[in-house]
Design a protein around this ligand. Structure first.
Ligand code: NAD
Length: 256
């Protein structure tokens, strides 16, 4: 049975990697998908993969749509939620924040700009999207499931990623606090902590690092974006109805 037949899912970072796989998975469960990315063409390509606007395939409610927005900008994020609501005549009941970036550098050499950019997209972006979506849900009395993509790095740190690790740790605390504040409104909020997943973000890592990471994973191999998307689909669905404030690790056993 389709688990998300009446859901409207907003996915950020939907133009690539995990966000694209999440969009595909949620659409397969019957959700209508609002696919957002900084790269509008990439978001449209994701929608094309889902069957495009007006498609009856996979989504009984009939349509998916692409949106271009920079989640680190408050005005753009507010406009995104307005556009999604105008397009689908309701607020998204599932919100998955996958937009994220890296700007790696050792602490001793990291620029203020590299720090600010990563915090702006990975942490402030999730605050802005979560706040705008929650306001839309609470004001209409709708229930929802908000899923924020953090990282195992937010729990254990990673050399060369003070900015990224701090942003991802921040997402965990934000998510737990949102879960506390909005549980009574029927809104759940969980974070997913992927380990090493093969996507364009990690493809640029040097082969030596890739081999070292692989040797540390108990399951012996990297994850696929679909491994994360399946967990997101569970957290989006009623199957997880009593789970909120959780940080679900999808790591193949890395850093137990
Ligand atoms: P990716 O680079 O393939 O995709 C990220 C997408 O986010 C891109 O399409 C990009 O255009 C979009 N994006 C970037 N900045 C944006 C902005 N300001 N506004 C809107 N969209 C923006 O990366 P991915 O590997 O699919 O990562 C997705 C999420 O998962 C990120 O938050 C990442 O930190 C997290 N994550 C990834 C891994 C991994 O191993 N790949 C591990 C843990 C966590």
């Amino acid at each position: 049975p389709l688990r998300l037949r009446s859901a409207l899912a907003l996915v950020t970072g939907a133009g690539s990697g995990i966000g694209r796989a999440v969009s595909v998975r949620l659409a397969k469960e019957g959700a209508a998908v609002a696919a957002c990315d900084l790269d509008g063409a990439a978001a449209r390509e994701t929608v094309r993969l889902l069957g495009g606007p007006g498609s009856k395939e996979g989504a009984p409610r009939g349509s998916h749509a692409a949106f271009q927005a920079d989640v680190s900008e408050a005005r753009a994020t507010r406009r995104l939620l307005e556009q999604v609501q105008a397009c689908f005549s309701r607020p998204p009941s599932v919100v998955v924040s996958c937009a994220g970036i890296t700007r790696d550098e050792f602490l001793l050499h990291m620029s203020e700009d590299d720090w600010d950019k990563v915090i702006a997209v990975n942490l402030k972006g999730i605050f802005l999207v979560t706040q705008a979506a929650a306001q839309a849900l609470v004001s209409t009395g709708c229930h929802g499931s908000i899923i924020n993509i953090s990282s195992i790095i937010g729990k254990v740190g990673n050399t060369g990623q003070t900015n990224y690790a701090a942003s991802k740790a921040g997402v965990i605390g934000l998510t737990q606090t949102v879960a506390r504040e909005l549980g009574r409104h029927g809104i759940r909020c969980n974070s997913v902590l992927p380990g090493f997943i093969a996507t364009p973000m990690t493809q640029k890592m040097p082969q030596k690092v890739i081999d070292k990471v692989t040797s540390m994973i108990p399951m012996g191999h990297w994850g696929d974006p679909e491994d994360v998307a399946d967990v997101v689909a569970f957290l989006a669905s009623e199957d997880s109805r009593y789970i909120t404030g959780a940080s679900v690790e999808v790591t193949g056993g890395l850093f137990m």
